[in-house]
Design a protein around this ligand. Structure first.
Ligand SMILES: [Zn+2]
Length: 297
């Protein structure tokens, strides 16, 4: 206050206090005695949980649908991840459509054997290139073009461009005679991994299990590249009319990948890791004592 003597300040304060109305003086005395009053504490917003409604007990569960509503657990709304909320809203809005759609067309075309099921998570991994994973994913959904499907909307014939048989989904990826060399190659390769190649394995993929993780990832990569080879050679045949052996295409894509991985490992001094992942059991390749790549595919 710029006052040089404490007595002056005390006198000013006494005059101010005397000028206050009685109620204000009582309030001031209480503040000086008890400290500044705190605002009344207000509770935060109540916890809100959001989730699907419990299922009607009389409504039997429908297995193998694309609806994920039954799997979604209630979560705290304030902290729920955006992705979870998006899935919940999407599957709630379209519950009737999604619940009536099977998760994959192949359940009718190629009924899973006992203990078998589509391995959606195995379609993508760090080894599988994204475009090849997408083709496998679309194929499992039955969302790839076929002559029978295209003939409904376009003037092109509904027959296979390779053999002239009616081109259904099963024909393109399992039954066409042109696939036999590729399937023989896959049979030989998988036998060396102690696995039996089958149409089920090609479409549904191999589950990745801890003790055999390296082998399972590698086999799923081979299956993905095989499906991509079938898909791309068919597209090329339709576009250019050229005949391309899908077995040779598959072999070439695997060899290219092995060479690229080897060059990268050699340049980063990580050949041990390369051998661990890519030269497993020497089925696809091996590394010589002098450090060069020997392709066995
Ligand atoms: Zn055919």
């Amino acid at each position: 206050m710029g006052l040089s003597r404490p007595r002056t300040a005390l006198r000013v304060l006494q005059e101010v206090r005397a000028a206050l109305p009685p109620a204000a003086r009582v309030y001031l005395d209480r503040v000086l005695r008890e400290g500044a009053p705190r605002p009344p504490s207000t509770p935060g917003p109540p916890d809100l949980f959001i989730g699907p409604l419990p299922r009607d007990p009389t409504d039997p569960p429908r297995p193998f649908t694309v609806s994920r509503l039954r799997e979604l657990q209630p979560v705290r709304f304030q902290t729920a991840p955006k992705r979870h909320l998006y899935t919940l809203v999407l599957h709630t809005l379209h519950v009737l459509t999604l619940a009536s759609r099977p998760d994959t067309k192949w359940r009718d075309l190629l009924p899973p054997l006992e203990g078998e099921e589509p391995r959606w998570a195995s379609l993508y991994s760090t080894l599988v290139p994204r475009p090849a994973g997408d083709i496998s994913w679309r194929l499992l959904h039955g969302a790839v073009s076929t002559g029978v499907y295209l003939a409904r909307f376009t003037p092109i014939p509904d027959t296979c461009p390779f053999c002239g048989v009616r081109e259904t989904l099963a024909h393109v990826y399992l039954e066409c005679a042109r696939l036999q060399p590729l399937f023989r190659l896959l049979t030989n390769l998988l036998l060396r991994f102690w696995l039996h190649f089958s149409p089920h394995l090609l479409i549904y993929a191999l589950p990745v299990r801890g003790p055999t993780k390296s082998r399972d990832l590698l086999v799923n990569l081979l299956l993905a590249l095989a499906k991509a080879a079938i898909y791309k050679t068919r597209v090329r045949r339709l576009a250019d009319g050229v005949s391309c052996d899908c077995g040779a295409y598959f072999r070439s894509s695997v060899r290219s990948r092995l060479r690229a991985e080897f060059l990268w490992a050699a340049s980063t001094d990580s050949l041990d890791a390369f051998e661990e992942w890519w030269a497993l059991s020497g089925v696809l390749c091996s590394v010589s004592p002098s450090g060069s790549l020997c392709l066995t595919l």
